[in-house]
Design a protein. Structure first.
Ligand code: AMP
Ligand code: MG
Length: 410
């Protein structure tokens, strides 16, 4: 049994040491890269921006010319999508310019249209006592990135920001890592699959679906192996068959009950255990370790997740996520927490760190978090009302309304 911090550190230690996955054989079309992981850095072939860019609609000027009452002669106009081909901007001259247009040579700043006035004489004057700094409202060529610079590192998960960056470099496709393959085995004699009719004493296998969904949303390929009964021989066979995956996720059967046989099956397969429990609630019986793959010298990591559905989700988000990210080639793997103010008093626990289903709400000024009333870690209805899990560190008897706490987001 490890403390929460120790268990997380242990997972992160192993995750940081796993080998990078193989890259995909072919580059993947940019539009299909969302949620995947870059196998190679992206470089920009040209300066970003490729020309000194005006960030305003206004007038390209020599900044020193801007002073109250000083008239400037307008020698033309340049808009986005074209280049000024007239003479360079001279003393007390200006070129009307639009946002996104290249700043003509000679000019070193852009006076905003809102700050300019055209007289009946057709000359431009600044409104009021304003002055202009050199460089104002202009992004110099190459200021964001120089040609040849790395703009995205290998190991980065692709979100809209990475897609935008790659597109701005003209990349039609990207080199990605292969997705890790996750095998999911839900154990329990009481389980039936959706689509079949349960007896009154049976329940549907919801964890298999939840784990597949969470694995997919982390960029993995999930393979659901259906349910396995609480029978040692069968469990052993099922685990042995699933152990060529990159990660093995087992649900149920890791507690102290007579029919909790997953750990025994793993022992029979000569598993190495890194921990067999963490002082967290829900999720205390969680098991983490590895078994040798069919081939020598390769390992398959596994998690034995407690069967209660909220425990399953909490354990996934805390421990499985970092391992899965690492197996997918990501470099940023630790779970992320946000800070919020407790909406109501909550009772803590002396021994366990709690991760309670909760609703994070608020606006840009203040974010508060409210624990969802629940009937314990089997309460999927309460879990479905939550959008995260508030963290209540162990050893604190009472957390008070208004206190700052951490929240693990979905
Ligand atoms: P266990 O971890 O096997 O002791 O199971 C703890 C609780 O979780 C029991 O009430 C099980 O019925 C329930 N449970 C186990 N596996 C699943 C599953 N795949 N889907 C939904 N509930 C489950
Ligand atoms: Mg069970």
């Amino acid at each position: 049994m490890l403390e929460f911090e120790e268990a997380l550190a242990e997972v992160l230690r192993h995750a940081s040491a796993v080998a990078k996955p193989a890259p995909e054989r072919e580059p993947v079309a940019l539009k299909n890269t969302l949620g995947r992981v870059l196998a190679e850095p992206v470089q920009t072939e040209r300066d970003q921006p490729p020309f000194a860019r005006s960030t305003r609609d206004g007038y390209a000027v020599r900044s020193g010319d801007i002073s109250e009452g000083q008239p400037l002669r307008i020698i033309g106009m340049v808009r986005a999508g074209e280049m000024w081909r007239g003479s360079q901007v001279g003393n007390c001259e200006t070129v009307e310019i639009m946002t996104g247009a290249p700043v003509p040579t000679g000019a070193d700043a852009v006076l905003m249209v809102e700050h300019a006035e055209i007289g009946t004489d057709g000359l431009l004057r600044v409104r009021g006592e304003r002055t202009l700094q050199a460089g104002e409202n202009v992004v110099p060529q190459g200021a964001e990135a120089h040609a040849g610079a790395e703009v995205l590192p290998a190991g980065r998960r692709v979100t809209a920001a990475e897609i935008a960056m790659a597109a701005s470099c003209g990349r039609a496709s990207l080199n990605l890592f292969k997705r890790p393959v996750v095998e999911i085995v839900a154990t329990g004699d009481e389980l039936v699959e959706v689509g079949t009719k349960p007896e009154p004493w049976q329940i549907y296998n919801s964890n298999g679906y939840a784990l597949a969904a969470m694995a997919q949303s982390e960029g993995a390929e999930a393979s659901r192996q259906g349910t396995a009964p609480d029978v040692l021989d069968e469990l052993r066979e099922r685990l042995a068959a699933a152990r060529d995956a990159d990660l093995l996720l087992l649900s149920g059967g890791v507690s102290m009950g007579k029919y909790d046989l997953v750990e025994r099956a793993l022992v029979d397969l000569h598993a190495e255990f890194f921990f067999t429990g963490a002082w967290i609630q829900p999720g205390k019986p969680i098991v983490f370790g590895r078994i040798a793959k069919g081939k020598a010298s390769a390992w398959t990591y596994f998690f034995g997740l407690p069967g209660n559905p909220v425990s399953t989700e909490v354990c996934f988000r805390l421990f499985v996520t970092p391992m899965l990210r690492a197996l997918g080639g990501q470099t940023e793997i630790a779970p992320r927490f946000v800070e919020a103010l407790l909406a109501e008093d909550v009772r803590g626990e002396t021994r366990v760190t709690r991760f309670l289903p909760s609703v994070l709400q608020g606006n840009w000024k203040q974010v508060s978090v409210r624990v969802v009333p629940w009937h314990g870690s089997g309460d999927l209805a309460a879990n479905a009302r939550a959008n995260g899990f508030v963290v209540l560190p162990n050893g604190v008897e009472r957390f008070s309304a208004g206190e700052s706490v951490r929240v693990l987001l979905r």
